[in-house]
Write a protein that binds this ligand. Structure first.
Ligand code: BV8
Ligand code: ZN
Length: 247
């Protein structure tokens, strides 16, 4: 494995030569903002629940207030969090390069850091949508505990505007993400376990003849096999080092 410094110099070369830089990010990029990743056991009352059991339409239909309370608690925490240096380094790069962020995160921190072109594969926790007609223009209340509310247009139940396990990803978001990967000439995969599909499949769409892949994660993930460079460590330390000269 090449020495990290040598590799870092090489990656800076790749950034210099690149036109269209893409970041595929996961929960790890928000970890240092204080938002728990999915692979960490959730804290407090949620410790005994797995997101896989809560982030589903079935769980919502079975006990809507329970699921709404989980989202309300996550939303309240997210609102107290700030983007970290990983989000900021990505946002800074767009002053010099065409940058697209394809994120699995629902916390909105890339946008709050100033990233302009963000594709939210799994929706966002800040807003709500109607379970029946999909309408999204409803103000999310801050009442605690949250209670089930209904769509002003069709009377359907309002739910968090995220993609649950077992639900298809927003067609537009996914097809734009595929096109973005196809046109990329440098892809950073940052802070994702690479376990959730179809998001984890997106790096396979890059044209390996002209796009290099850089993996940034504390430990190797399934994406390590396709990466041209792997940096083991924290996104908020590594990204400013690699992208920093563009700050
Ligand atoms: C779909 C929104 C099919 C909600 C999320 C049975 C039925 C149906 C589908 C399936 C099924 N079995 C499997 C599937 C597919 C399923 C799936 O992939 N399951 C996995 C668990 C195997 N996928 C789906 O269900 C998707 N839909 O397939 O539909 C379909 C087809 C046709 C018709 C109908 C349906 C929908 C998936 C989206 C689910 N929603 N989020 C919410 O947030 O509440 S997913 C959610 O979990 C996140 O959005 C995120 O994508 C995912 C967690 O992944 P990561 O982001 O990678 O986070 P993770 O914690 O795993 O890893 C963090 C990484 O960061 C780690 O590697 C860690 O080391 C690293 N890290 C930690 N600290 C740092 C760091 N890195 C850098 N710096 C640090 N400081
Ligand atoms: Zn409706």
């Amino acid at each position: 494995m090449k020495h990290q410094q040598l590799l870092a110099d090489e990656v800076r070369e790749w950034i210099d030569q690149a036109d269209r830089v893409v970041f595929l990010t996961g929960a790890g990029v928000s970890a240092e903002s204080g938002i728990q990743t999915f692979r960490q056991a959730h804290d407090g009352i949620w410790k005994q629940y797995s997101p896989l059991d809560l982030a589903t339409k079935e769980a919502f239909l079975k006990n809507p207030e329970h699921v709404l309370a989980w989202y309300a608690e996550r939303r309240a925490k997210i609102e107290l969090c700030e983007p970290n240096n990983a989000h900021l380094a990505i946002a800074d790069l767009q002053s010099r390069k065409t940058v697209t962020v394809v994120t699995q995160n629902v916390d909105g921190l890339h946008q709050r850091a100033g990233s302009q072109s963000v594709i939210e594969l799994h929706g966002n926790i800040i807003s709500e949508s109607c379970l029946d007609c999909g309408a999204t223009d409803h103000e999310t209340p801050h009442d605690m505990p949250p209670y089930l509310r209904y769509c002003a247009f069709c009377g359907g139940c309002l739910r968090p505007n995220v993609v649950w396990f077992g639900e298809s990803l927003p067609e537009q978001a996914f097809s734009t993400a595929v096109d973005t990967m196809r046109q990329a000439d440098l892809l950073f995969i940052v802070g994702t376990s690479g376990e959730v599909y179809p998001a984890a499949k997106l790096p396979e769409y890059v044209d390996k003849k002209c796009c290099r892949i850089v993996l940034i994660n504390p430990d190797a993930t399934p994406h390590a096999q396709m990466a041209d460079a792997f940096f083991g460590g924290k996104a908020s330390e590594l990204l400013p080092q690699l992208l920093g000269e563009y700050a």
